[in-house]
Design a binder for this molecule. Structure first.
Ligand SMILES: *[C@@H]1O[C@H](CO)[C@@H](O)[C@H](O)[C@H]1NC(C)=O
Ligand SMILES: *[C@@H]1O[C@H](CO)[C@@H](O)[C@H](O)[C@H]1NC(C)=O
Ligand SMILES: *[C@@H]1O[C@H](CO)[C@@H](O)[C@H](O)[C@H]1NC(C)=O
Ligand SMILES: *[C@@H]1O[C@H](CO)[C@@H](O)[C@H](O)[C@H]1NC(C)=O
Ligand SMILES: *[C@@H]1O[C@H](CO)[C@@H](O)[C@H](O)[C@H]1NC(C)=O
Ligand SMILES: *[C@@H]1O[C@H](CO)[C@@H](O)[C@H](O)[C@H]1NC(C)=O
Ligand SMILES: *[C@@H]1O[C@H](CO)[C@@H](O)[C@H](O)[C@H]1NC(C)=O
Ligand SMILES: *[C@@H]1O[C@H](CO)[C@@H](O)[C@H](O)[C@H]1NC(C)=O
Length: 396
């Protein structure tokens, strides 16, 4: 129970992470999708935000899938329908600011700033995989896979079908969705289109209730067949069981000290150590030891198998999600590896300049990277997530 709330806390972090400065394109609600049964958990239409490209980028498309954990029981999904962040209903969504990989500023996002950039909003609780026909009239509806497909239909019509270059990306739950959909997405575009996938902060080595997830949402038909034909479909949510078979070029970006996974998998024993999730100063050695073990394990898993086509960027920032936060994407030297920003690395990899595989083997402790103004950063700060994590009367 504690860990579920803890995880929900990060929903807020990912969502608010985008609200820094810069532009916030209008929300576009796709009402026609409802005819295809593609609806949010509460039955409202799915939505996306689009900032049109220009100049030499005008024909290229970047699709970034929003994150925000998932729901694995009817109750959790029902609660999500009312969530004020809009993770279960487009009636509650607010338009998000476009920063980091979505920024329209050439200095802040040199490789993609002038592409058509789409932020695909997440309101299905299933990483865009659900597809269940039956549901009670007032929800929850389990239709994430149909949402993905309906929004793709729309974007293809708006010009994506003629794009020379397309990048499907996503962070956290959105990055997991990116992995799961990567090859099928690729197959919807002409062979002549260069298509690649970027998965940020989504190499989950443990998951909360994966069998509940797949069964509840009816996700199995939208998971990679290469995996579901070999094992229990619930296991096909795990990156280590799908990454091997993805044919489309894939880039994995992750911190070896991902705060979401650390919070979800390592129980912080005492309230006094909980603030370590935000502030490394004064964090006791007992906590660090567990984190170091986590680092070794995730690094080992991410580098397993045939690496001949997999892009990798594994740094040590004390954070979760790096493509959406401007300072990590480009700006903070501590998030760089080999003198390369994440923005640089992804750009060079997309443009085939070289196979980027950068792994921080040097820092055996987490690095306090710059905290964007919109990130929670202390126990008396504003988000529900922070107040929960730091509430000393709750024992996790
Ligand atoms: C969701 O909000 C509606 C309307 O405010 C309310 O009737 C319902 O009880 C709420 N459901 C949950 C699970 O909070
Ligand atoms: C782009 O970002 C840079 C660096 O923050 C800033 O100096 C510049 O004014 C921005 N350009 C625009 C057009 O907003
Ligand atoms: C696209 O490539 C695939 C795999 O190489 C091939 O099977 C298919 O026929 C190609 N489609 C077109 C329209 O060329
Ligand atoms: C790794 O993948 C590449 C590209 O698909 C392939 O050419 C190569 O044979 C594979 N290597 C091994 C050891 O399987
Ligand atoms: C790092 O990159 C910058 C800008 O590309 C360059 O000016 C600098 O010399 C590089 N530093 C090292 C140590 O390679
Ligand atoms: C981090 O913790 C240290 C020691 O407890 C404290 O002095 C510092 O103000 C904290 N920093 C922030 C940003 O909360
Ligand atoms: C939370 O932190 C931000 C950034 O440091 C600061 O601007 C804001 O005032 C803080 N909010 C509260 C309630 O302390
Ligand atoms: C801390 O948690 C306790 C127990 O759940 C709750 O009663 C209390 O209101 C919480 N305090 C804050 C400041 O959120």
């Amino acid at each position: 129970m504690g860990s579920i709330n803890l995880i929900v806390a990060f929903v807020y972090i990912v969502f608010y992470g985008l609200q820094a400065t810069a532009n916030a394109p209008a929300l576009i609600k796709l009402k026609s999708a409802a005819a295809k049964g593609a609806v949010c958990l509460d039955g409202s239409p799915p939505a996306y935000q689009l900032d049109w490209g220009k100049e030499e980028g005008a024909k290229n498309w970047l699709l970034h899938l929003q994150g925000g954990y998932w729901c694995t029981t009817v109750e959790e999904c029902r609660t999500r329908m009312n969530d004020s962040s809009g993770l279960g209903s487009s009636t509650k969504m607010k338009s998000s600011y476009f920063t980091g990989i979505l920024s329209n500023n050439e200095t802040l996002n040199p490789n993609f700033y002038n592409w058509n950039r789409v932020f695909v909003r997440y309101c299905d609780g299933s990483c865009f995989t659900g597809d269940k026909q039956e549901s009670s009239a007032d929800g929850p509806f389990y239709r994430g896979g149909r949402i993905f497909s309906a929004i793709m239909d729309e974007l293809l019509k708006l010009g994506m079908k003629n794009a020379p270059n397309v990048l499907l990306s996503g962070s956290s739950a959105g990055g997991l969705a990116t992995m799961l959909h990567c090859d099928r997405f690729r197959n919807r575009l002409p062979n002549s289109t260069k298509v690649k996938c970027l998965s940020d902060a989504s190499y989950f080595i443990t998951l909360n209730n994966p069998s509940g997830f797949v069964e509840l949402h009816g996700s199995a038909i939208n998971l990679p067949v290469s995996c579901t034909s070999n094992m229990d479909s619930a296991l096909c949510l795990y990156p280590q069981n799908v990454v091997q078979d993805i044919q489309t070029p894939l880039f994995l970006l992750n911190s070896a000290y991902d705060t979401f996974q650390i919070a979800a998998t390592i129980r912080l024993p005492k309230a006094s150590t909980r603030s370590c999730l935000y502030n490394l100063t004064g964090c006791p050695a007992s906590v660090w030891k567990q984190w170091k073990n986590f680092r070794l394990k995730i690094m080992q898993e991410m580098t397993m198998g045939n690496l001949s086509r997999r892009g990798l960027f594994i740094n040590s920032c004390h954070t979760h999600s790096q493509s959406e936060f401007q300072s990590k994407w480009l700006g903070d030297p501590k998030s760089m590896l080999d003198n390369m920003t994440i923005s640089d690395a992804v750009g060079k990899w997309f443009n085939d300049e070289k196979l980027i595989q950068l792994i921080d083997g040097k820092h055996t402790s987490p690095q306090q990277c710059v905290i964007d103004a919109s990130e929670p950063n202390s126990c008396n700060n504003y988000t529900w997530g922070a107040s929960y994590l730091c509430n000393t009367s709750i024992v996790i």
